[in-house]
Design a protein around this ligand. Structure first.
Ligand code: GAR
Length: 212
């Protein structure tokens, strides 16, 4: 028997579906370790996703995504949310930066801030989020813990277009991940992230086809 966790990605999508005529210009927002950023950057390097990443914005001075951006030779900027009085002010600074880099898609790759109309209206239908659960279940923080506490046997991850309500908006792709008897939040999150890395580049291409 194959020694890997079974997974299911829906809908099935192949490399033909990912072909985009014009390269996307992705602005990445990340708060943490940046493994999803890395997966997207790798998909671009391996020519699976026709895109460039002109700028990564992160909000925590310690965010590991910064070093990952350096490794890919991609520019990054810290916009520390603690230095902004209101969420709208942070989002306006993000919009200004991304617009000055001619970004046309905003990718929230582990962005732990609530977005406002300032960001969403600057990039209508072009803001994408990833969340570590099968939405609409387990929205908000600690989604992996929420799934474990609920006792569900299957959880997963979702890539969707962002809307004003937290972790809501049209779903692009999902992948299912079975919960194993001895799972901890950490072991489960690792397997969910393995699926995130697969579906995120696919979902970005799909979004670009659906909302050119
Ligand atoms: C990912 O698992 C992502 O789904 C989650 O943060 C992690 C970031 O990991 N996002 C959310 O919970 C947003 N609601 P990464 O920094 O290694 O990409």
């Amino acid at each position: 028997m194959e020694n890997s966790t079974p997974s299911f990605i829906s809908p099935q999508i192949n490399s033909e579906d990912m072909k985009l005529e014009k390269p996307l210009r992705l602005g990445i927002l990340a708060s943490g370790s940046g493994t999803n950023f890395e997966a997207i950057a790798k998909a671009i390097d391996q020519q699976q996703l026709n895109a460039t990443i002109p700028l990564v914005i992160y909000n925590n001075p310690q965010a590991k995504v910064k070093e990952k951006a350096v490794a890919f030779n991609i520019e990054s900027k810290l916009l520390n949310h603690r230095e902004f009085k209101r969420r709208e002010n942070l989002d306006q600074a993000i919009v200004d930066q991304f617009k000055s880099y001619q970004v046309n898609w905003v990718i929230m790759a582990g962005w732990m801030r609530i977005v406002t109309p300032v960001l969403l209206e600057a990039f209508p239908h072009h803001v994408i989020n990833i969340h570590p659960s099968l939405l609409p279940s387990f929205k908000g923080i600690k989604a992996v813990e929420q799934a474990l506490e609920a006792g569900v046997k299957i959880t997963g991850c979702t890539v969707h277009l962002a809307s004003l309500a937290v972790d809501s908006g049209p779903i692009l792709l999902q992948a299912a991940v079975p919960i194993l008897p001895n799972d901890t939040p950490e072991t489960l999150h690792i397997r969910i992230q393995q699926q995130e890395h697969k579906i995120f580049p696919l979902a970005i291409a799909l979004a670009a086809k659906l909302y050119p």
